[in-house]
Design a protein around this ligand. Sequence first.
Ligand SMILES: [Zn+2]
Ligand SMILES: [Zn+2]
Ligand SMILES: [Zn+2]
Length: 240
Amino acid sequence: MLWPWRPKSDKSPMAQFLLRVMNEQWDFQIKDVRKLQNDGIAVDCPGQQDIDKILERISNNPSLQEKIKAIHVRQNFPKCIVYGLEPEFTKEQMGEALSQSFGEDHKDLKVLFPIKGRTGKMHWVFKPPVTIYRQLRRRQKLTINWETHKVKEFLSARKCFTCQSLEHTASHCTAERTFCGFCTENHRITDCISRRRSCINCRKHNYKYKTNYRTDHASIDHTCPIYAAKIKSITKNTIY
Ligand SMILES: [Zn+2]
Ligand SMILES: [Zn+2]
Ligand SMILES: [Zn+2]
């Protein structure tokens, strides 16, 4: 949730409200409170029932209702990738392996999808609760069936498979031609026979903003500065 916060004043309606409820009896839980740059205050609650209770209290108070506007924001939670599992390893097995590793604390843990590795092994992407994510960041490994597997944060940006833009997906694409994510020519990447990498996103950016980005990489490469900037903006909205 986001709340308007009066800048340069610690007497904002929401801050006052929070202070008051802190002195009263709590019938809801707050996980975290952060002041935001854009005059807001972010309040993280463990569950919807907590949010509902806060909103109810505000709506019962006409003067608060006037001053505080609640906005729900979608927050990103970090995802993880675990490397090197056998191809026949199933989603259910992955779920079981994770819940074995983390015991009771696994109900918010979500197995997402597998990615085929270059050596024929599979990597699995999953979304752990933040507490488990922090453990994994420290450990950087996970034991599954007595084998140790490397674990990292999984970062990815959605992109358009037609024109390679990171600002929309293919269903919203208005480009008239297809651009290859490897070589920039007008074919699909699956039809690409080129050996020379060329990044359409960096080429467009250079043209439009007179920048000097190198273009001798594929737009699907994570070394692309435009891709890196996109990932950075995603991590900014992620709760770690
Ligand atoms: Zn597009
Ligand atoms: Zn190509
Ligand atoms: Zn690039």
